[in-house]
Design a protein around this ligand. Structure first.
Ligand SMILES: *[C@@H]1O[C@H](CO)[C@@H](O)[C@H](O)[C@H]1NC(C)=O
Ligand SMILES: *[C@@H]1O[C@H](CO)[C@@H](O)[C@H](O)[C@H]1NC(C)=O
Length: 187
């Protein structure tokens, strides 16, 4: 019995002491990364997202069609996008970035897309930085909201949401221009 006690206390000790630095994970002082915790900035971005399916150079391509005509919601379809993000609804207005990713019809009840997008900005101090949006987009609702789940570059540690409204939609081509208002907390 007496021989067991030292072994037992050694086990307790080893669980209380942090593992020696293995290079895998280390606690850091946020200040070392220039982060002032509790002092995040809130930024509002407004731009227009151009989903172009028609014409000689579509920026949105149907890589998987809905497997059945039976679905009025296009359930199962997948589009890959490299959509322009512009300052104004006019596609010829200033390019502020591109929305790269994909969307898929993921509802059998109504047209609701699963959106997975990286917004790669090219404008001003945001050039080279970006945010990631992942959310549900019931496209025929007047206002939809999707989470911003992260960011990179000057938008590191971003989180927030996008409120989106369709500006124009052409049912013949499927082309759409959608207004994005994105609110992001970041350092
Ligand atoms: C889909 O609908 C079209 C026209 O309504 C029809 O010609 C085609 O056979 C249908 N396809 C399937 C897989 O049901
Ligand atoms: C953005 O950065 C790229 C690469 O660093 C550069 O080539 C481009 O001119 C920049 N664009 C703007 C609008 O500043």
């Amino acid at each position: 019995m007496a021989a067991l006690i030292p072994i037992f206390s050694l086990l307790l000790l080893s669980s209380a002491v942090p593992t020696p630095a293995s290079g895998f994970a280390t606690a850091l002082d946020p200040g070392l990364m220039g982060l002032d915790l509790g002092k995040e900035k809130l930024s509002h971005f407004r731009f227009y997202w151009h989903d172009v399916l028609s014409g000689p150079k579509p920026s949105s391509v149907r890589v998987v069609p809905s497997p059945s005509n039976a679905s009025a919601t296009g359930f199962g379809l997948v589009n890959v996008i490299d959509n322009a993000l512009t300052l104004l609804p006019d596609p010829g207005s200033e390019l502020v970035g591109r929305a790269q990713g994909l969307y898929s019809s993921a509802s059998q009840e109504e047209v609701a897309l699963l959106m997975i997008m990286n917004f790669a900005f090219v404008s001003g101090k945001y050039n080279g930085s970006g945010i990631t949006v992942l959310g549900r987009n019931p496209v025929f609702h007047k206002v939809r909201e999707m989470p911003v789940i992260g960011g990179c570059g000057v938008l590191r540690f971003a989180r927030g949401y996008a409120r989106v409204t369709t500006h124009t939609f052409d049912p013949k081509t499927g082309n759409a221009v959608v207004e994005y208002n994105v609110y992001v907390l970041h350092y």
